[in-house]
Design a protein around this ligand. Structure first.
Ligand code: NAP
Length: 255
């Protein structure tokens, strides 16, 4: 049997590709043979990740800036990839943000900022890559949800939970609408993962213990833990999988 997890010859775009999780996913796609287009707003950061992919994995990688809240910027990214490589096989939307506020006081400007990036940005990126995938009659999209897409949470996370719930339903609705076009749309649902934004938790023994004890497997996730599920969803191994969220969460959502 051939290696159905191999991504040789595939062209992958990773939005948020220099983020804590996005960098690991971009590296993972490179290690499995894909050519990787690393994308976000910070040009220096995405160039550094693209260099790292080329040096460490031997796969080709380039950096192309994007702001996913801007339709033109996102269409420009996808069109540049199509011009350079002729196709887009994989889109991983690893961009995202959180703004926490007490729900009684939640400022609606922040609510809108959060929805702009996490919800509108996901739809814009799916739409721009999806149009190219439709022409090819094939493609695999993986959106970043969270365990907070199906489990509520305290600590000012109302807006974040709402955006991730929306990402899950965008994923399922697109999976239905685009199945006839050969496009699979799935999501990854991590529990807490240690990234530059959450490192303060790992560095505080009491906090780290609190978060780890909520996870049946008794530890907090690392960005590398996320790679296997995304490589699977992007690959031929998942050729009959669409509209699903894989929760990579140490068992958290089993309860
Ligand atoms: N870390 C966790 O514990 C955790 C758990 C569950 C789910 N997630 C989800 O996983 C994803 C990645 O999280 P992370 O922890 O890796 O976050 P991160 O380190 O903050 O990375 C987020 C990335 O999104 C990019 N981004 C933000 N706004 C953007 C925009 N308008 N256009 C293009 N790119 C944009 C940022 O790059 P620029 O600033 O350069 O644009 C950055 O590279 C998010 O969707 C997050 O909600 C994270």
């Amino acid at each position: 049997m051939k290696d159905i997890f191999k991504l040789d010859g595939k062209i992958a775009v990773v939005t948020g590709g220099a983020g804590g999780i996005g960098e690991a996913l971009a590296m993972g796609l490179g290690y499995h043979g894909a050519t990787v287009v690393v994308s976000s707003r910070n040009r220096e950061a995405i160039e550094a990740v693209a260099r790292k992919i080329t040096e460490e994995t031997g796969s080709e990688a380039v950096a192309v800036p994007v702001d996913v809240t801007d339709e033109q910027s996102t269409a420009d990214l996808m069109n540049r990839v199509k011009e350079k490589y002729g196709r887009i096989d994989i889109l991983v939307n690893a961009m995202g943000m959180n703004i926490k506020h007490d729900a009684f006081e939640y400022p609606m400007e922040d609510w809108e900022k959060l929805f702009d990036v996490n919800v509108k940005g996901t739809m814009i990126a799916c739409k721009a890559a999806g149009r190219i995938m439709r022409e090819q009659k094939s493609g695999a999209i993986v959106n970043l949800s969270s365990v907070r897409g199906i489990r509520g949470y305290t600590g000012g996370n109302t807006g974040y939970c709402a955006t991730k719930g929306a990402v899950e339903l965008i994923t399922r609705a697109l999976a239905l609408e685009w199945a006839p076009h050969g496009i699979r749309v799935n999501a990854l649902g991590p529990a807490l993962v240690i990234t530059p934004g959450t490192r303060h938790i790992a560095e505080n023994p009491e906090l780290a213990k609190k978060y780890a004890s909520a996870v049946p497997m008794g530890r907090i996730g690392m960005p590398e833990d996320m790679v296997g599920a995304v490589v699977f969803l992007a690959s031929e191994a998942a050729s009959f999988v669409s509209g699903q969220t894989i929760y990579v969460d140490g068992g958290l959502t089993a309860a």
